[in-house]
Each structure stands twice: as structure tokens, then as C-alpha cells.
Design a protein around this ligand. Structure first.
Ligand code: TRP
Ligand code: ZN
Length: 873
């Protein structure tokens, strides 16, 4: 970047001056360069006037070799090229343009555009990567048909893929070529090609109308045995989208390719999804339950984009949540249907509250539909994805499942083949429901997390129960004042003595800053169960006593709210002890928490998965998120002390459960299905409590589990327990054995890196630096960077926030290196430093100093520039 980047505004949106009807691409791939020939059929946008403004095509880092307008080669004076564009003057309404550019995929470390990963060529075009491949109108509202021919060395690249159907192929000496045609018009961000020496796993799917679709997964040969789960997940997704949304797949072939170097999880290119190998490859001996579940949900997510994203796409990038929020909602519902609905919701809410709420409360806060950006890559955020999904979920709650389905049917029907806006989505929901959702749409334009303050009163004489609810939303950057939103508050009432439900779940609709809801015919003072299932992404404040929380934990009919009551009880007990610790006293823990958890462990009605969730304390990150000034060191000490105290009080039931579940695991063949996953989670959770007791037989059991388990879930949990307890010698032995066994598998080595980097006991900054010297580490591979630097800065909070500032310095120094290689990753990795205002004054200063140093980098990417500027204000 050589100048200050400019801000792009939603308010400035204009329809494109020209349309591209046809795109014919020819790629000649070589080891040290690629030639890209583009033949474009263009037309002046007929919806605009009939003047002929200059044609300005996007293009970045391209070397223009040839250019012809309507087959006439242009002279040097007939077009202008700068860093970001190619400009020329058309003479007719309809014309063709031919260009040839030379690019160097082998030197592309940004992993955007056409690049090499391992031995293959692949592409990543979303959001604005296509302009690094050829000159084009690189915006999602320009939709074109595509044909693509690729030619490459036959031996090195036997597999040549692009979107759609293969229509031709041939050989020429050492080289060969293949042509692909995509019958569906699409924006350039959905373009993809792949060339490599790949193994193919094939299956098929018969759609609801009886068409047979070929399914192919392409992986490097050594990964051929890690495809089954991804393929099964794909078939389940295809069936689910037919059954739940009535959506059928629309090509004869669907392909997935796994690549090792990838900036994000995966990409929904039409008919040719490209995946980060960590998000699609798995086998039980190498992958944890969490990896199996992540794969199931990401395969589904990308597949679901075929309708929510591809058939109906975004008009502009401000509408990103139109496809991402909706698709995350769809994949979450899919996962809920395939596994335990309650556990899935618990996991998602815990994640949202810890990370999205923090984003929404910090300097990078933005609405679900942002009004402006400098670099769109910075807006693939938790707000766009997770909060966007919550907004769609609220529509589903407000309309009910049936109307919501009618609304989605109408949306797909109305807008098939179009590039549309979030307003169009809501308009379809309005049409089918007859509701005016104008005020609801504030969820798209207002940033920040609303706070709900709830109080209540009971009138015994009138048998009336009243809930008073106030909402207010804190200011966020650029939005000092907020309007009241439409908030669905799912509420039930419990009999305060028996725990029976006196009123089942009812969705109260908040629309005003302050409102009262009256329940009549209530015979005695009830206990409210509020925000059931987390019916809105808000912070709820109601003055529950610890007794009431313990009561809800024992009796609520809403599984999510049972868990939530346990979390709130734990937070109260923790907070009291934290204050004691901060005042120099020894923290003491209210025994009510242990008592409540011991009832949970003894409850024969509760399944293991939910038990595991309930006995997990809120994460350190979440406990810090709740504090006005985050006290990392004391919070860590107190949380660990609380865990030890629980382990001591619950030792007997924990031991019994662990032994029983470990026995059961030994006797059962591993399968990554919900029931087993829940049991393993409880098993490993009990083990992590027991290890705190520092007893020899428990250590022996942990080592035995590590050595004998036939699956990575049990092994990795045992390894993490060794690494996170004061048994360094045993931890190092286990790590060495593990490394020896798995050195050849980069995905397993990522786990090996991350378990060490995440441990405050095991890894200080010196240890992190050592990990980065390991031969399996590479700063150019985003998975490795996330496994070491990401794990360190997000999971190893005590060391990242070390008093001498060394954690901050390490991260900033590596961000500077990354920025020269891969700006998308540098701008993401710097994130933990951007929340400097949350910490104690000394830490604030240290963090700021690192950010300011980064701002002084002689060359800085637009991505990092924007994040730094917003964070430093
Ligand atoms: N659309 C992708 C998804 O399914 C996101 C994505 C993949 C992406 N790779 C990317 C976004 C690179 C920006 C840059 O969510
Ligand atoms: Zn997506």
C-alpha cells in the first residue's frame, strides 16, 4: 500500500456501468508463471442511460501482455493501467474484450487469487481475489456465464478442475488440457480452478426429483483414508436441504478439494468447493470429536451456500451477512438435527457471548450490515457470521417455523439468479407474514449488544405476575445513540416450590425501551425462566439469587436454561472469590455450586453431553469479558482454585464417572456420533478435574489413556491434561512420543503445536519462540500460525498478558512479519491486541505501544492499516 486507503460506503452504491454476459478463460499453468487469457462479452448496463462511460476493470498485480477491443489490438494510448485498474473507452453498447496477463502463482503468499499450495494450483476469489487473476468487473452484482480451459504438465498435474461440467479435454505432448462450462451465471468471487496430482474419492447422490449427482472429493494421495466423514456429511447435507428447505442440487457433479494452505475454513465456489484440509479430512486415530463435528458443519455450510449465496447472491459486500448469517443459521440447525440440539445451542451461545459480544463492545464493532469499510476481508467477522445468524434465528422465532419456511421459499423464488440485499430477505418474510418488520431491521443497522434489565412483582390478591423489561444498547463507534429494537424474549414460569411449569414457553415481543408484561391466573409467586434457548443476542440482567439459580439448574424444563443457570451460579461464586483475591484475602467459594453440580452428576435423567456442559466452568475468556477492567492474572488464579475446590468436593462421583466411561470407551468401537461424543466429553471433563488433585493413580490413569486409546479424542484430552498440570517430565515424554508417531501428518502436528501453545503452565513466550523454530512450523501456513500464535494469544491468556509485556511484543513482531506475506492473516492475528482498552493501565500502555510500532511499519497492508486505525482511534 502506497497511500492511505479510501473508505467504501454503502450509501455510494451504484449499479455497474457495464455487464459481462460471457466470460471465457484460458489458463496456461507453468512452474514459474501462468498466462491468463480472458475473452469477455460486455454490454452497457441497459438499466442505465445510453451514454458510454469509460470501462474501468479491476486488476491487481497483473502484467498486461495483450489487449484487444472487438478483436482490434489496442495501442498504448488507448487504455490506462494503474495499480488497481485498467481503463478504456468503449465505442459501442455491446463489445468484446480480450486480455492476456502474466501472473506468478508460485510467489503468491497472500493465498488470494491463483496460488500454489503444496504441489497444486488453486484459487481463492472471495471477496476480491478474482482481480488478482485477470482484469474484470470484480463485484458480486456482475454475474456472467463462465467457460474455463486449463492447460498444464500432464505428469505433475493430472487433475484439472473448474466450475460446472467438463465439456472437453485433450493432450499436446507433455501437456494436457481440460475445458469446463458452468451453466449457472455467477459473480467472479465464485470462480475456482484446481490443478494437481490428486486422489479422487467418488460417491453419488440421488436428488428428490430422481437426478443422480456425482460426488467427488479430491485430496493428496496420503489423505485418501480421511474422506469418508466429509463425504457422509455432504450426503446428509444434501438430503437435509431438500427436506427442511425444499432445495435441490442443480448440477450433475459436486466436487470438494482439500488444500493445506488456506486463509479461512472453506469456500463455496459453484460446484467446486475448496476446503482448508483441516475442515474436511478426518479419521478417528488422527482427529478429535470436535474436528469431526466441525467438518460436518462446514461441509454443510458450504453446500448450503449453493442456494443461500450462489443461486441468490449478494448485491454488494455490505450485504455479506445476507448469505453468511443465513447460511450459519442453516448449518446450525442442520447440526442440531444431526446431534444434540441443546448441546449445539450451548456451544454456539458460549462462543457468541465470549467472542462476538467482545467484538461488539470494542473498537472494531460494526453492524450486521456495515455502512462502510476499507478492506472487505476484515469484515468476515463474528458479527457478520454469528450475530447475523442470530438475527435470522430471531426472524424464525418471531414468525414460527412454518411461516419462516414460506418466507425462505418466496425469497429463493423471487430472487433466483439475482444479486440482492438484506432488505430483500426481510421483505420476503414480510410478504408471507403480513408483518411490518421495519423496526426489526434495526438489527441490521445498529451495532452493539442490547442489555435487558428485567424485574418482576407478584400480586397474590389479583393472582397477577408482572415482568418489567427495559432495554438499552450501549454506544458503539459512530453510533452514540440507539433506538429500541424488536427483541423476542422467550419466557416460561416455574412454580417456585415444586419446580413444575406453570406457564410454558411464550415469546414476549419487546419493541419499546420499557415495557410490562402481565400474566394472570398465577396462583403463587413463580420463578421466571427468561430468554429460553437464548432467544435473542442480548445481555440479560435479572437479580437471581444463588438459591434460585440452583433451583432452575435442577428443575427448568428448558435444557439450555438449566445450563445457563449453572453458568450464572458459577459466575456469582467466582466473582465473589475474585473480589476477595483482589483485596488480598484468600478466596472462599460458596459450597452451593458444588452441591448443585453434585446433584447434576447424580441425575440419571440427564444425558452425559449435557452433564459435561453443565460441569464446565465458564471459560477464562468469558469471565474476563464480563469484567469492566479485565484482571487476567487474578481471574486465572481464582478460576483454577475454584476448579480444584470442585474437584475436591466432587472427587467420589468424578472418579466413578471417569472409570465407568473410560471402561465403556475401551469396550466400544469409536464412532463420531452424538451419544459417544457426549460420553467422551464427560469422561475427559471429569479427568481434567481429577488431575488437579495431583494423585498418583489418577496420573497413571491419564497416562494409560494417552498410551492405550485408539482415538484422538481420548489421546488428545490425556495429552492436554499432562501438559496443563505440573508433571512436566511426563508431559514431555508424551509430547515426544506423539511427535514421533504423527510427524508426517501436518493436521495432527497442528494439534500438537496448539496443545502446548495454549498451556499457561507449559508455554511462556520463550517456549512459543521454540515452537516456531520447529521444522513442522511455517509462518506461511495459516493453520500453523493459528496453532501456535493464535492458540497462544487466545487460549494462553496468563502468558500472553505476562506482566513484562513479552507476550504482546512477540505477537506484534510476528504480525509485522505476517503482514509482508499474508495481510488477511496479519489483520486477524493482531486482533487480541486491539482490545487494549479492556485491560489494566500498564497493560494498556504496553499493548498500545506495540500497535503504534506496527503503525510505523514502512510498508503496511490495507487490511492491517484499517484494524490499527480503528483500534487506536
Ligand atoms: N464464503 C466463505 C464461507 O463459507 C468464506 C471464505 C473462505 C473467505 N475463504 C475466504 C472469505 C477468504 C474471505 C477470504 O464462509
Ligand atoms: Zn459462508
Amino acid at each position: 500500500m502506497t497511500h492511505t486507503p479510501k473508505t467504501i460506503r454503502l450509501a455510494d452504491y451504484r449499479a455497474p456501468d457495464y455487464l459481462i454476459h460471457e466470460t471465457h478463460l484460458h489458463f496456461e499453468l507453468y512452474d514459474d508463471h501462468a498466462l491468463v487469457h480472458a475473452h469477455l462479452v460486455l454490454e452497457r448496463n441497459p438499466q442505465l442511460d445510453d451514454s458510454l462511460p469509460p470501462l474501468v476493470l479491476d486488476g491487481v498485480k497483473l502484467e498486461l501482455k495483450h489487449i484487444a477491443l472487438d478483436d482490434r489490438v489496442l495501442g498504448a494510448g488507448e487504455y490506462q493501467v494503474d495499480e488497481e485498474s485498467l481503463r478504456l473507452q468503449p465505442e459501442k453498447n455491446s463489445f468484446t474484450l480480450d486480455t492476456t496477463v502474466r501472473i506468478e502463482p508460485q510467489n503468491n503468499t497472500e493465498l488470494e487469487g491463483l496460488y500454489r499450495s503444496g504441489g497444486m494450483f488453486c484459487t481463492q476469489c472471495e471477496a476480491e481475489g478474482f482481480r488478482k487473476i485477470t482484469y474484470y468487473l470484480d463485484r458480486p452484482d456482475v454475474m456472467s456465464s463462465f467457460t474455463t480451459t486449463l492447460s498444464a504438465d500432464k505428469q505433475q498435474y493430472p487433475v484439472l478442475l473448474s466450475n460446472g461440467n467438463k465439456i472437453d479435454e485433450g493432450e499436446e505432448g507433455e501437456r494436457h488440457w481440460a475445458s469446463w462450462e458452468d451453466p449457472h451465471k455467477k459473480p467472479a468471487y465464485l470462480f475456482a480452478l484446481v490443478a494437481g496430482d490428486l486422489w479422487c474419492v467418488e460417491d453419488s447422490f440421488t436428488t428428490m426429483s430422481g437426478r443422480e449427482v456425482t460426488l467427488r472429493m479430491f485430496v493428496e494421495p496420503q489423505n485418501a483414508d480421511k474422506c469418508q466423514h466429509g463425504m457422509d456429511s455432504l450426503k446428509k447435507s444434501m438430503r437435509w436441504d431438500e427436506e427442511v428447505y425444499g432445495r435441490e442440487y442443480d448440477l450433475d457433479i459436486f466436487m470438494i478439494v482439500a488444500v493445506d494452505d488456506f486463509n479461512m475454513g472453506a469456500m463455496e465456489n459453484k460446484g467446486l468447493n475448496i476446503f482448508n484440509s483441516s475442515c474436511v479430512l478426518a479419521k478417528p486415530e488422527n482427529s478429535t470429536d470436535a474436528a469431526f463435528q466441525r467438518i460436518e458443519s462446514i461441509v454443510a455450510h458450504e453446500y448450503f451456500h449453493n442456494w443461500s449465496g450462489n443461486r441468490v447472491t449478494c448485491r454488494d459486500w455490505f450485504q455479506l451477512s445476507l448469505k453468511e448469517g443465513f447460511t450459519v443459521f442453516r448449518d446450525a440447525e442442520f447440526s442440531a438435527d444431526m446431534n444434540s440440539r441443546t448441546v449445539k445451542r450451548i456451544e454456539d451461545v458460549a462462543y457468541l457471548r465470549t467472542h462476538q459480544f467482545a467484538e461488539d463492545a470494542g473498537p472494531l464493532a460494526h453492524p450486521v450490515r456495515p455502512a462502510e469499510y476499507m478492506e472487505i476481508s476484515n469484515f468476515y467477522t463474528l458479527t457478520i457470521y454469528e450475530k447475523g445468524a442470530e438475527v435470522v434465528r430471531m426472524l424464525h422465532t418471531l414468525l414460527g417455523a412454518e411461516l419462516f419456511r414460506k418466507g425462505s421459499d418466496l425469497y429463493f423464488e423471487r430472487h433466483d439468479g439475482q444479486a440482492v440485499t438484506c432488505d430483500d430477505f426481510v421483505a420476503a418474510m414480510e410478504s408471507v407474514s403480513g408483518r411490518d418488520l421495519t423496526r426489526f431491521k434495526l438489527w441490521y443497522s445498529q451495532a452493539g449488544t442490547p442489555v435487558l434489565q428485567v424485574s418482576d412483582s407478584y400480586d397474590a390478591e389479583k393472582q397477577e405476575y408482572r415482568l418489567q423489561v427495559r432495554q438499552n444498547c450501549p454506544p458503539t463507534p459512530g453510533q452514540p445513540v440507539k433506538e429500541p429494537m424488536v427483541i423476542p424474549l422467550a419466557t416460561g414460569l416455574l412454580d417456585a416450590v415444586t419446580g413444575e411449569e406453570v406457564r410454558g414457553t411464550q415469546v414476549l415481543e419487546l419493541t419499546e425501551a420499557s415495557q410490562e408484561f402481565i400474566f394472570t391466573g398465577i396462583a403463587s409467586q413463580p420463578l421466571p425462566s427468561l430468554l429460553r434457548g437464548f432467544s435473542a443476542p442480548v445481555r440479560l440482567e435479572y437479580a437471581y439469587s444463588r438459591e434460585q439459580l440452583a433451583f432452575l439448574l435442577a428443575h427448568d424444563s428448558d435444557g439450555f436454561n438449566r445450563w445457563e443457570a449453572g453458568q450464572q451460579l458459577a459466575i456469582q461464586v467466582f466473582s465473589e472469590a475474585l473480589t476477595q483475591q483482589q483485596n488480598g484475602q484468600t478466596p472462599a467459594f460458596d459450597p452451593q455450586l458444588a452441591q448443585a453440580l453434585s446433584k447434576v452428576l447424580a441425575d440419571t435423567q440427564l444425558d452425559e453431553a449435557l452433564k459435561a456442559e453443565i460441569i464446565s466452568l465458564p471459560s477464562l475468556a468469558y469471565l474476563l469479558e464480563l469484567q469492566t477492567e479485565a484482571d487476567v492474572a487474578n481471574s486465572h488464579v481464582v478460576r483454577e482454585a475454584l476448579r480444584l475446590s470442585l474437584a475436591q468436593q466432587l472427587e467420589q462421583p468424578l472418579r466413578e464417572i471417569y472409570q465407568q466411561l473410560r471402561e465403556q470407551a475401551r469396550a466400544t468401537d469409536y464412532r463420531p456420533e452424538a451419544g459417544q461424543i457426549g460420553r467422551r466429553r464427560l469422561q475427559n471433563m471429569t479427568l481434567s478435574y481429577l488431575m488437579l488433585l495431583e494423585q498418583d493413580d489418577i496420573l497413571a490413569a491419564c497416562i494409560a489413556q494417552f498410551e492405550q486409546a485408539d482415538n484422538m479424542t481420548e489421546r488428545m484430552a490425556a495429552l492436554a491434561n499432562l501438559v496443563n498440570n505440573p508433571v512436566r517430565e511426563q508431559a514431555e515424554q508424551a509430547l515426544a512420543a506423539f511427535e514421533q508417531e504423527f510427524a508426517v501428518d501436518p493436521l495432527v502436528m497442528d494439534q500438537w503445536f496448539s496443545v502446548q501453545a495454549s498451556s499457561p503452565l507449559f508455554s511462556d513466550t520463550a517456549q512459543i519462540r521454540q515452537l516456531m523454530q520447529h521444522p513442522a512450523f511455517s509462518i506461511k501456513n495459516p493453520n500453523k500460525v493459528r496453532a501456535v500464535l493464535g492458540a497462544f494469544s487466545q487460549h494462553n491468556l496468563p502468558q500472553f498478558h505476562a506482566a513484562d509485556g513479552s507476550g504482546y511484543a512477540l505477537l506484534a513482531e510476528q504480525v509485522a512479519v505476517l503482514d509482508g506475506l499474508n495481510p488477511q492473516i496479519s489483520a486477524r492475528m493482531v486482533n487480541p491486541l486491539t482490545r487494549w482498552q479492556r485491560y489494566q493501565p500498564r497493560q494498556q500502555q504496553q499493548m498500545r505501544a506495540e500497535l503504534e510500532k506496527l503503525q510505523q511499519l514502512p510498508k503496511i497492508s490495507r487490511d492491517l492499516f484499517e484494524v490499527l486505525e480503528k483500534s487506536l482511534g
